[in-house]
Every structure is written in structure tokens, then in C-alpha cells.
Design a protein around this ligand. Structure first.
Ligand code: PLZ
Length: 445
């Protein structure tokens, strides 16, 4: 039975069944694993999440940019179902299977650039990032890695070192991996000085800091999210990414685009790098790649990928056959339904409606993003001082009305929207109505 694509609240959110489950969670799950909205989900599809009390919630989060093709998307379910009935695991490093190879072929075809490419598959985004750094170090014989303010690359030891934010990601978990250098991000809204000079000035700082503090010929890799995700959907101004990529080419460093959040149609292109024709040497993907099953990849120039000795890359589960089948299903959905085009339509709806809200509420300091990866940054009116308290209050008001929204940003003051691309226009508008109501309630407007 398809899920009715309408918001419907039959209890408070979370309702009694969810509260009961939340108390079992409290007793049995480590407190470090927190939940944004403790409505326990039993079914999902299109743009709706159904909770244990029978509430239909609108999904503006996609499980953090994962169910881009929709939850339980038909081609994902069909292919994963066929695969799981045949075999669940052999370990690709022991006795391989075709699905892994097919995913690698698809990645070579879809990722930016028409050079010879190869891939290695993993389970999580963090694992893909770790492996991209390993590959870059072996291929260059260098060790230093340059990353950016507001970056998020994961929660493992090396990726925590690359992630910028202390709380909650790094606090108390050190010491962190060494030989990591952080430079300022080209963040247009918060760049001191003139908007039109952000690219030049940010690039000049990058060049100078690397020269003084690292040494060009020590740099194995520069890693950046082409649109920063957890950091608050920060879109670098035109020219910044192409100049970093060029700097890497000129200095023998590997340019790594972390497209774990921005990739696979999310931004209105197959990959966010496509927007300016940037061709990374290595690209990391995960999340949207497999419609919800755990899969991640490093894809890159064949000569870099092949620099690692046989046996140097792997893992028990990497490229699990069911996850690979799901990825082939997700890619089929993206291709047959022109999901990059759908993401661009979603951007137009968000820009119109959020633009109206920004006119009305001076607390909305910035509206930004691309495709179905849009955000507003909330500040104290008349200043750029972050307002995380208002952000949290508006998010809670949305949750209580049955809209799943997420916050982000180094200062916790960014509201981000990541709907599945399978959501209907009606539900998008209803979700945006809820956001308007939530602003009105919280600001007493
Ligand atoms: N790189 C760009 O966005 C994951 C993290 C949620 P994993 N982002 C969501 C949380 O609080 O843990 C992410 C990302 C970018 C890497 C990762 C890491 O991907 O699959 O969560 O390991």
C-alpha cells in the first residue's frame, strides 16, 4: 500500500508509543547517541515518514541527505530484495561478485571528468575519507593534509582531525591525527570585507598559510566539501574551487572533493563539482549513493588509485552485495527520473518561499544553497551575531507540527533543508507553510 502523501497528526509528536520507545532507548542505548526528533519510524516513502503512533510527518531531512531517491524507492527495494535472496555476503576480498564491479563502472561514468578512473568501496563516509587520505599519501609520498574551517569529514580519529567543530564531534576525544592543517573557508556571508573579493582573498590566505606553515611540496592532499554540509551549507563563491584544483595540479598535491553530502543529484547536478566543471583527483561519495543502505566510495584517477599495493585497501564489509544492488537501483532511479532536474525545481520553490520569509523576518540573515540542499542562517536582527536559540526554537516548533527539519552550522544557527527528491510539490509547500507558522509562533509575529 503506498503511503498517503499528506501530513497527518493523530497524537502529539512524539506520541505515546514513541515516548515508550524513547524510555527503552534511554535505558539501553548509550547517551552519546542522541536523537533530533524522537518520533520512532515504522514506514516511509515519497516525502512522508510514518511514526509508531500513526502520525504522517513531512521529511525535510532525508536521514541527513541519504534517501535522495526517496525512502524504500522502488528500484532500490527491487534490486536489494533480489540480491538479499541470493547471497548476503562473501567478502569481495575473498570471493568477489559482479555488483561491486558494476558500481565501480557506474562511478567512473558518472563522477566528474572523462579520464581513466577506478574506485574502492567502503561502508561509511568517514571510512571513504580515511581511505582517500591513505591513497593520496601513498601516491604522493607526502603526508600533510590541508582542510578548511567549518569542515565536516567524519567521526573516526583521522576524520575528526579533519572536522572543524569541537562540540559535539571532537570534545574530549583527542589526541587527534597529526599533520593536518586548517585554513579559512571562503564563506561569503561571514567574510570580512567586500563580497566580490572573497575568492581572491580566501585563495590568497590559503596560498600564504600553506607556504608559511606547511610547505607546498609537503602537501599530499587538499580536501574540501564543494558545498559544506554540517558546517552550514556554505557555498564557496565562483572561482574558489577551480583555483584550489589548479593549485593542486601546479604543486603535485591531490585535490579531494568530499561529496558525501552534496553528491548524487542533491545540488541539481550529479555532483556539486559539476557546477563549475571542477574535476577532482579523488572524490568521496556515500549517503545518497545507495538509497539508504550503507555504502561509500573513493573514486579517482586510475594512476592514483593504483598507487596502493595489492591488499592495501579493503575491509570485511566494504561493497556489500546487497548495498551494491541498492546503489544500482538508486542510480537507476536518478537516471530514469532526471533527479538533477527535480533538485533544480525544488530549489526554485525553496528560493521563492524562503525569500518571502527573509523579507518578513530580519532574523534571516542569509539564504543560500543549491538544488535540494538549501539553508537559512539566523542572526540577531541588524547584526550578524548567530542566534542558535531562535534556530532551536523554530526547529522544535516545526517538529511539533510534524515537519522533520535539521539544523547545522558551526554556531548552531543554520536551518537546513534536504528533502528527498521524490517529495511532491504539495508536500514541499505544506512543509514551507509549517516553517512560516513556526517562525510566526516563535517570534510572536
Ligand atoms: N563527509 C561531507 O556530510 C556525514 C554526519 C552526521 P558518515 N554527515 C552527517 C553525524 O552527526 O554523524 C559526512 C559528511 C561529509 C563525511 C561524512 C561522514 O559520513 O557516513 O557519517 O561516516
Amino acid at each position: 500500500m503506498p503511503i498517503e502523501q499528506r501530513r497527518r497528526l493523530v497524537t502529539a509528536v512524539p506520541g505515546p508509543r514513541s515516548l515508550e520507545l524513547a524510555s527503552r532507548k534511554q535505558a539501553s542505548v548509550a547517551h552519546g547517541v542522541a536523537t533530533t526528533l524522537p518520533a520512532y519510524i515504522v514506514e516511509a516513502g515519497g516525502g512522508i515518514l510514518v511514526d509508531a503512533d500513526g502520525n504522517h510527518l513531512i521529511d525535510f531531512g532525508s536521514g541527513i541527505a541519504v534517501t535522495t531517491v526517496g525512502n524504500a524507492a522502488p528500484a532500490v527495494v527491487r534490486r536489494a530484495h533480489e540480491a538479499v535472496q541470493k547471497f548476503t555476503h562473501t567478502c569481495f576480498m575473498v570471493t568477489p561478485y559482479e555488483g561491486y564491479v558494476e558500481v565501480a563502472e557506474k562511478l567512473a561514468e558518472l563522477t566528474p571528468g572523462d579520464h581513466a578512473k577506478k574506485s574502492a568501496l567502503f561502508n561509511s563516509g568517514a571510512e571513504a575519507v580515511e581511505n582517500a587520505i591513505k591513497i593520496a599519501r601513498v601516491a604522493t609520498g607526502r603526508t600533510a593534509v590541508v582542510c578548511f574551517d567549518h569542515a565536516y569529514h567524519g567521526r573516526t580519529n583521522l576524520t575528526m582531525a579533519l572536522t572543524a567543530k569541537d562540540m559535539p564531534y571532537k570534545h574530549g576525544f583527542g589526541p587527534f591525527a597529526s599533520d593536518i592543517y586548517r585554513v579559512p573557508m571562503a564563506y561569503p556571508y561571514r567574510w570580512p570585507g567586500d563580497a566580490e573579493h572573497v575568492t581572491d582573498e580566501a585563495f590568497a590566505q590559503f596560498e600564504s598559510l600553506v607556504h608559511v606553515q606547511v610547505g607546498e611540496n609537503q602537501v599530499a592532499a587538499v580536501i574540501i566539501e564543494p558545498i559544506q554540509g554540517e558546517g552550514g551549507f556554505i557555498v564557496p563563491p565562483d572561482g574558489f574551487l577551480p583555483r584550489l584544483a589548479q593549485w593542486c595540479r601546479d604543486n603535485g598535491a591531490v585535490f579531494i572533493a568530499d561529496e558525501i553530502q552534496s553528491g548524487f543529484c542533491r545540488t541539481g547536478d550529479w555532483f556539486a563539482c559539476d557546477h563549475e566543471g571542477v574535476v577532482p583527483d579523488l572524490i568521496t561519495t556515500a549517503k545518497g549513493i545507495a538509497g539508504g543502505l550503507p555504502l561509500a566510495a573513493v573514486t579517482g584517477r586510475a594512476e592514483l588509485m593504483d598507487a596502493v599495493h595489492p591488499g592495501g585497501l579493503g575491509g570485511t564489509y566494504g561493497g556489500n552485495p546487497v548495498a551494491c544492488a541498492a546503489a544500482l537501483g538508486a542510480i537507476e532511479e536518478m537516471q530514469t527520473n532526471d533527479l538533477p532536474g527535480r533538485a533544480r525545481q525544488i530549489e526554485r520553490i525553496f528560493r521563492d518561499r524562503l525569500g518571502e520569509l527573509a523579507q518578513r523576518y530580519p532574523a534571516i540573515g542569509d539564504l543560500r544553497g543549491r538544488g535540494a540542499m538549501m539553508a537559512v542562517e539566523l542572526v540577531r536582527p541588524g547584526t550578524k551575531e548567530p542566534d542558535p536559540a531562535l534556530t532551536g526554537a523554530v526547529a522544535r516548533a516545526c517538529h511539533a507540527r510534524g515537519l522533520v527539519v535539521l539544523t547545522a552550522g558551526s554556531f548552531g544557527n543554520v536551518f537546513r533543508f534536504l528533502p528527498p527528491l521524490s517529495i511532491s510539490d504539495d508536500l514541499l509547500h505544506e512543509g514551507l507553510d509549517v516553517i512560516a507558522e513556526a517562525f510566526a509562533e516563535v517570534t510572536g509575529d
